[in-house]
Design a protein around this ligand. Structure first.
Ligand code: ZN
Length: 156
């Protein structure tokens, strides 16, 4: 699998599957070939429109997590990251709350979760965004996750 393969104009396969934890622990985080088209959809339908809107590079995280890696970092066993249906996003210089608001107002999504954001600290946390597989129905769920609790809506 070629990590330099471009999935869209600005994003490579390597960027979508990179994991510092996997590297540190020697965990294989190479996705099955059949999930690569789903990673490409995360790029074209989520990452590219966000990049175009803010006009600056952004760093996606966990576009794919192998089951082993997901266990290692304590992710939910039902995590959409393991199905290449979710990506965690931050845009440098943009509050994660504002980013979550923009995504919910402008893109189609299955779930948007504002995770571990603390009011008054724009860089805290990140935004988890997912997409159902092609042909499945996106639920358009909007949640905030903080103190190990999910709450409906975006809470600053
Ligand atoms: Zn996530």
């Amino acid at each position: 699998m070629d990590r330099h393969e471009k999935l869209s104009d600005h994003f490579t396969l390597g960027e979508l599957i990179k994991s510092e934890t996997a590297e540190r622990k020697g965990i294989n985080n190479t996705p099955p070939v059949n999930l690569v088209p789903k990673l490409r959809r995360l790029c074209t339908e989520l990452l590219e429109p966000i990049r175009i809107n803010y006009g600056k590079p952004l760093r996606p995280n966990s576009g794919y997590r192998s089951i082993e890696l997901n266990k290692e970092i304590g992710g939910s066993s039902a995590s959409q990251h393991c199905k290449a249906e979710a990506v965690d996003i931050e845009v440098p210089g943009v509050s994660n709350y504002d980013l979550a608001v923009w995504i919910t107002n402008n893109l189609d999504f299955d779930q948007v979760i504002l995770e571990c954001y603390r009011e008054g600290e724009p860089n805290s946390g990140w935004v988890h965004v997912s997409l159902k597989d092609e042909g499945e129905i996106n639920r358009s769920m909007i949640l905030t996750y903080s103190n190990r609790t999910y709450t409906n809506g975006l809470l600053a």
